[in-house]
Design a protein around this ligand. Sequence first.
Ligand code: 5GP
Ligand code: ZN
Length: 114
Amino acid sequence: MTDCLFCKIVAKEIPADIVHETDRTLAFRDINPQAPTHVLVIPKQHHANAFELAQADDGLADDLLKAAHAVAVQDGVAETGYRVVLNTGPGAGQTVFHVHAHLLGGRPLLWPPG
Ligand code: 5GP
Ligand code: ZN
């Protein structure tokens, strides 16, 4: 997708603080972090949201969650606990329509999140 911000980060056309990469996923720090660990984990392939990703049914959604856990281990938050958030749709706060898992950790996380 030529006009997609995260596709451009995948293509390395826009810089990002990349912390983890596999053949099918990329993880980079959020530009506006909401927690000490706030990393966006994305599939390199463009899917607009979590449902579209799941519909692909090719293991990519699994890879995304495994990559999120790997980043949590790397950042030292896997033991204390972390949250994975997939905002889906504008009413839920989705602003970039290339599916991304927010990995949040490193501070106590309130529930419900608001
Ligand atoms: P959403 O609101 O769609 O769930 O999440 C989009 C996230 O992308 C936001 O947390 C926002 O801070 C982050 N973001 C937006 N533009 C950029 C960018 O150019 N680089 C990085 N690293 N994060 C971005
Ligand atoms: Zn994209």
